[in-house]
Design a protein around this ligand. Structure first.
Ligand code: NAD
Ligand code: G3P
Length: 314
């Protein structure tokens, strides 16, 4: 059965040759598109890669997004090129999401967020997965949907780019907590409670910033939360798991393959929560753990012994 729509081959520039940039490049290439990849250490220049691009896909870690966007600003970008961002983080200085950085830098271009339960190692193995592409431009989201959809990668459109982007970003902190939960062997009940209350925390922060509640119950929120909180393939989960096993954050990060965005996201969220009086108790304990202020067991006790309260208080 093949009922996937197709589109003419497009020129796709992928920025970032890490795990996810390479994964997205492979999906687009397998769908017959012309893909060129740029990375800091690669042999092509940014100008060469974006020349004639129909789509510019960024899978750069948060820390490099503004720097690369600024470098691109001085280059000749095709006026109709669509920007796609797959980064899951927040810029500490501005609290901007990656899509906000791209939109601010390229105000006349459409920007699409691509986010979902997408552990790149599983996708490399050809295992089935689904994702979400979200934009204020329906046409741009539908174009990105066509470029990436395949029998192994099901792509849904969504009109809440902020909610989709925050789902992928905020779940990283809860994934660190889930790694701790498994590392301490706290059991399935504890994990269910943690992930469910983690989702409540994500909705609370997301609503504060203007994202829609229902987006967090979709693939880019709950979906990504389930994948990341249950898989040792997740780098964020690994940070928590290994801390629960007694390693220090410095030791873990020194050997971690790729980027665990949740470490920085947690700091940004805590600053915001303090300034704006938002209750994010799980994030607070992850923050204190990462800072070395509490042990994993003390963090657990702090959460369990909080003042008792009603379940819903968004
Ligand atoms: N790996 C996954 O399974 C996965 C899935 C979905 C989303 N993501 C998100 O995608 C982003 C990238 O993840 P990854 O796993 O590919 O990470 P990675 O560490 O493997 O790759 C990061 C890439 O960003 C580049 N980069 C970092 N700083 C830069 C700078 N200052 N200038 C230019 N380039 C810079 C690196 O060179 C590298 O190419 C993260 O935000 C992550 O949360 C990852
Ligand atoms: O390895 P992580 O923890 O960055 O998670 C990767 C993706 O975000 C999963 O969707």
């Amino acid at each position: 059965m093949t009922n996937l729509k197709s589109t003419n081959p497009k020129s796709i520039a992928v920025l970032g040759a890490g795990a996810w940039g390479s994964g997205l490049a492979s999906i687009a290439e397998a769908n017959g598109h012309r893909v060129s990849i740029w990375s800091r250490n690669g042999s092509y220049t940014l100008a060469e890669v974006v020349e004639n691009a129909d789509m510019i896909v960024s899978a750069i870690s948060t820390k490099g997004v503004r720097e690369v966007a600024t470098q691109l600003q001085g280059l000749a970008i095709p006026p109709k090129a669509v920007f796609v961002t797959a980064t899951k983080g927040l810029e500490p200085e501005t609290i901007s999401t990656p899509s906000q950085i791209w939109q601010e830098t390229f105000p006349s271009h459409a920007v699409v967020v691509l986010s979902g339960p997408n552990l790149s190692k599983e996708i490399q193995l050809g295992l089935p997965a689904a994702t979400v592409v979200a934009s204020r431009s329906k046409d741009a989201a539908e174009l990105v949907q066509l470029v990436f959809s395949s029998s192994r990668f099901r792509v849904y459109t969504n009109s809440d780019p902020l909610g989709v982007e925050l789902g992928g970003t905020l779940k990283n902190v809860i994934a660190i907590a889930s790694g701790v939960c498994d590392g301490l062997q706290l059991g399935t009940n504890a994990k269910a409670a943690l992930v469910t209350r983690g989702l409540t925390e994500m909705v609370r922060i997301g609503n504060f910033w203007g994202a829609k509640t229902e987006t967090f119950y979709g693939l880019s929120g709950l979906g990504d939360l389930l994948a990341t909180c249950n898989s040792p393939l997740s780098r964020n989960y690994q940070v928590g798991y290994q801390m629960a096993c007694g390693k220090t954050l410095t030791e873990i990060l020194a050997h971690l393959e790729g980027t665990a965005e949740g470490v920085n996201t947690c700091q940004v969220l805590m600053q915001q929560a303090k300034q704006r009086n938002i209750s994010i108790p799980i994030t607070e304990q992850v923050y204190r753990l990462l800072q070395g202020e509490v042990t994993p067991r003390q963090a657990l006790d702090e959460l369990m012994l909080r003042e008792i309260k009603p379940e819903y208080s968004y």
